[in-house]
Write a protein that binds this ligand. Sequence first.
Ligand code: ZN
Length: 453
Amino acid sequence: MELFAEQALLPDGWHRNVRITVSSDGRFESIVPDARISAGVERKTVVVPSQLSLHSHAFQRGMAGLAESRQNPADTFWTWRRLMYQLAHRISPEQMQDIASYLYMEMLTAGYTQVAEFHYLHHAPGGATYGQVAEMSLRVGEAAQAVGIGLTLLPTLYERGGFDGRPLQEAQERFATTPELIGRIISETRLAWAETPLLSVGLGLHSLRAVDLKTVPDLLAAQTAPVHIHVAEQQKEVEECVAFVGARPVEYLLSEADVDERWCLVHATHLSDSEIAGMARSGAVAGLCPITEANLGDGLFPLAPYVNDGGRFGIGSDSNVLISPWEELRTLEYGQRLFTQTRCAALPAETLGSTGGWLYRQALDGGRWACGLESWGLVAGARADLCVLDEDLLPLPYLQDDAVLDAAIFGSRQPPVKDVLCGGQWRVRDGRHLNHDAVTAAFRRTVRTLLDL
Ligand SMILES: [Zn+2]
C-alpha cells in the first residue's frame, strides 16, 4: 500500500510531500519526504503518528457517566470504587469482550492505535478460576483483534486487601491472584498470541496496598516486558503506606524494587521533591491519566518539576469515562495552568515553542516505552500505524506544523481524526470504524443486560 501526505510529523519534525509505503506484513517500508505523488495514490493532507493509551480498565467503560450523582456529602474515590466493584462483580467473559470491543473501537476512532490494558479481573463470580485460567485475558485479546487495535495486556497481581495484609473483601474475590497464577496467565496468553502481531503481554502489579513487593522478585526477574503499578493516586494511600512501611509510596517502591525504564508508575500524583527527582532519574514512565484523575478528584501530578528533572510521561484513559487523547493532553495542560497561574505550563523551564507539539511527542515516547514497543511513529520498520487528521474539525484552515497539534488539542470540538491505520490496515475511514454497527449493537445489548437498563 502507498499513500501521500501533504504534511506529516516524522521523528525529526514536520515534512512536506511525504510518500509512505506499507509492506504486506503491516510495517512501514519507507517514508520519503519531498517526494512526488504517483498516479492512483491516495492523497492525505495532515498525517501524524497515532497515540497510545498506556493505562486502561476496559470494563469500566460500562459505567461511564453512572457515577456522577452524589450519594452522600462526602463522596470520594472510595465511594466510586464501590460502584465499580458492583460492575466487576457481575460481568461475564462474553460481556467483557463486548465492552472491550466497543471501547477499543472508540479508541481507534479517537486516534489511539495501542492500549495497555491493566487487567485484574481474572476469575468467575465467586472467585473460582475459569477452566482456562486466562479466559478473561483471552477475551480482551479477542476484542482487540476484532476491531484491530494493538494491545499490551498486563495480567495484574492482586494479593491482599491492604498494607496490613488483610484478606481481600468479597467484592475483590475475582481479582485474587498469586505470583504463580499470574505467571501462568502470562504464559498462556503469550502462547495463544504467538502468531498475532498486534497482541503482546507485560505485567501489572495492582498497587503497593494490594501487592507485597517481597513476593514478586521471581515474577519480575522473568520479565523483559513492561511492568506497571498504580502508585500514590490518593492521599489516603500515601498515609497508609507511611504508617505501615515508614516511607512514602514512590520512595518505598524506588528503594525496594529495581525501577528502571521498563516500569510505568501509574498516576504517581502525590510526590515529595526527592520522589520527583528519584522517579525522573529512574527512567520510569509516569502514567498520567488526566481525565480520570480529574473525574475522581485524585489531585494534580507535579509536572513542571518532573519534566525539569528530565522525567518522561505518557497518557492513559484509565476508567475510560471519556475517550480522547486530545482531551487527555488538554486536561493535563489546563490543570497545570490553573495550578501554576502561568501559560504553556507543561513545557520544561527553558523550552520555547508549541505546547501541543511538545505534549503530543512526549506522550508518543512515554506511551511507546510503557507499551513495550521497539519503535513507533512514521519511521521505516515500525508497525504501520497513523492518523489522518480531519481539517474540517480544526478551528482554522491552512494550519501548518505544530500549529496543527495546538489547534487539535486546544481548539477542536472533538477528536479531529478522519482515517486511522493500524498494523497496515485501515480501521477507521471518514471518522467511522469499519465495523461500527455490529460492535455498537453488541455493546448496547450487553450493557442493557448487565446494568438492567
Ligand atoms: Zn487504574
